[in-house]
Design a protein around this ligand. Sequence first.
Ligand code: NDP
Length: 498
Amino acid sequence: MTAGAAFSLPALLGAWIDGRPCAGDGEQWPVFNPALGRPVSVLAESSASQVDAAVKAAVTAFERGPWPRASVEHRQGVLRAIQAQLLRHAEELAWLECQNTGIVLRELRQRHLPRAAANFGFFADYIGQSAGQVYRQTPGYTSTVVREPAGVAALISPWNAPVALSSMQIASAIAFGATCVVKPSEQSPLAVLRMVELMHEAGLPPGVVNLVNGRGPLTGEALVAHPDVRRVCFTGGTETGRHIMQTAAGHLAPCTLELGGKSANIVFESADLGRALDGALLGIFSNNGQQCLAGSRILVQRSVFDDFVERFVERARRLRIGDPMDEATELGPLASQAQLQRVLRYAALAREEGGRVLTGGAAIPALGPGFYAEPTAVLVPGNACRVAQDEIFGPFATLLPFDGVEDALAIANASRYGLVSYVWSDHLPTVTAMTEGLRTGVVWVNTPMTRELRAPFGGFKESGVGRQGGAACEAFFTEEKVVTVPIVPPVLRRLGGQ
Ligand code: NDP
């Protein structure tokens, strides 16, 4: 083990199969600390045959293990024990996640880890309340609809919020009795693997949650293509999602895809402009700008545009950038060298497209070899340019003026994405017209990023397929079965009788 500041990093990471850690059987890859810009651990990839072993463990746990057959009370007890265990180890998980992703420790402590633990508590509560259906309209018969766990789920998550996103996938799958194989991003396996270990320490039976590590096109592909996988729950990029759905179609496994976004953050002159400014900064710069629901297209009504932009740029320049372990830091490094280069390429493209880079657009070598980028704000010539259309996935805001509700809707909806949108206005008719006209899965009014776990979360258009949240997860991770019973024995035609 390599010594860390407070906890320790594993020297070598592998898989977790049938309740036990298990050495990876494939190639080895470095695991980076993006703040230091150098590897801090090594990941041994799972080959297709190890993926097969993980799926087989999940199949055995599903067909013969106690979990899918356990009472709701029993499953609730284990889910709550996991919640408590994650809270007990929240500091360690936050530390590991910070080492591996560069997300600032304060955000991990305040947002990601409480949320990860709460996911298990939420689904424990949910399964205690879920109701079934009974139909008695057909005279003489009662038909009952029962939900049964769907089987083995493949759960694939990205690197931008590994523990928060994979905990939601895992909690929602196992709460309804499914078993699963988890595949985190090969860039960010540290905290997710430890979380899976902690879940077993809390009493989860072997084989219910298995984990494989490795590259998407190899380990992830083998998992999605496995014929015994009955559900695929994927969070990641739109192009990968498109490919995954095609692979899963080979064995007709239903998918939920939580994909990318280029969300509009729309500020009207009727808004509380101070709050709208705070919200716009949080919407694009929290989580180091790497979040699917980032408010990356900031649209501001023309009458207040210049003033708003000036204040936005001034605040962006004052962001405290640096070591994500430091409590005072507001913006940490990007997750990888590739992500840093991507952001810098888009800054260059913005200039080529006729945009004005108002602030940022460069790396910060003064902070050392870590993958630091300046917070960037670009005045774009129009919504059609690529920096206003592509998901950049970094601390990179585009700014554009609009005239009135119709114009705001036209610009906001002119995107191939449709994940979330933000509306800032205290004028009710404006708010109503916007919430009705926006083509996104979520509309946040006068608030940034408030997630309601009971409600369905997901995107329109190329931002996703399906939803996550209470009832949506129940529908996805279960199969419906109809049991029809006559109230009195029905008269049967006696085929072949005398
Ligand atoms: P990717 O799509 O590249 O990767 C996501 C996951 O899929 C990773 O674990 C990756 O593995 C894996 N993967 C890649 N190729 C395959 C494949 N052929 N088969 C199976 N698995 C595969 O996304 P990023 O990691 O770049 O994450 C950023 C994206 O995630 C952004 O577009 C963002 O918007 C989106 N996102 C969406 C959210 C939502 O809720 N809508 C939330 C958060 C992020 P590996 O990395 O090891 O190659």
